[in-house]
Ligand binder design. Structure first.
Ligand SMILES: [Zn+2]
Length: 202
């Protein structure tokens, strides 16, 4: 199976099996964006959609998507097949295997649902609350979705800051595979400090 090794790590010890998780530096970055505990983000298993794991049902040619499911102790995020493919013939410009921006931006939304899964404790209850909110408010106006979108907003503002105030391409700098994990975390920490300073001086 193909997966983006710059942001995902396979923790399975069995050859040919996959137990994907976010790397430590990405879990750290996502936790800064979302305020969700880094340990919760690191513990989440990352899946690829298969016929047996058919949620989410988004169409891949529309970009696909992700869904977060879980309960208090165990949660996972499933991304559609196009997030694991660089087959541009099959998925056109939605073949996101190497697209750090799409992966990380969507993740900054999904990790907030990890917090929701923990909050509602039981998968069934979590699904009921979601179903209720979707029916009552529609997907985009559901309070849980709005809360999750805060991670995305923070991502957008942060990237804008690094690009236009600092003049750097943050994702390339940190996640292009040239730095070791320790340096990645240090770099994220420093840039995040500068970002916080800029927010408080505005
Ligand atoms: Zn959502």
């Amino acid at each position: 199976m193909n997966y983006n090794t710059r942001i995902l790590i396979n923790k399975s010890r069995i050859e040919g099996k996959f137990q994907l998780h976010y790397t430590k530096p990405l879990a750290y970055f996502l936790s800064l964006l979302s305020n969700v505990d880094m340990s919760i983000i690191e513990a989440a298993q990352i899946y690829k959609r298969t016929p047996f794991r058919f949620l989410p049902w988004y169409k891949t040619l529309h970009g696909g998507g992700a869904i977060t499911l879980g309960s208090e102790h165990k949660a996972n995020i499933t991304f559609t097949e196009n997030f694991y493919s660089d087959d541009y013939e099959l998925f056109k410009n939605k073949a996101y295997l190497n697209n750090l921006r799409v992966w990380i931006r969507l993740s900054s939304h999904e990790v907030m649902h990890l917090e929701h899964a923990k909050r509602f404790k039981y998968l069934l209850w979590y699904l009921i609350v979601f179903a209720y909110e979707y029916l009552r408010y529609g997907h985009d106006l559901s309070p849980l979705e709005i809360e999750a979108n805060r991670g995305c907003f923070e991502y957008d503002i942060f990237i804008h800051f690094t690009r236009y105030d600092l003049g750097i391409e943050f994702l390339k700098l940190v996640f292009d595979g040239k730095m070791n994990e320790e340096d990645q975390i240090k770099t994220i920490e420093e840039i995040w400090k500068a970002y916080q300073l800029s927010k408080s001086s505005n």
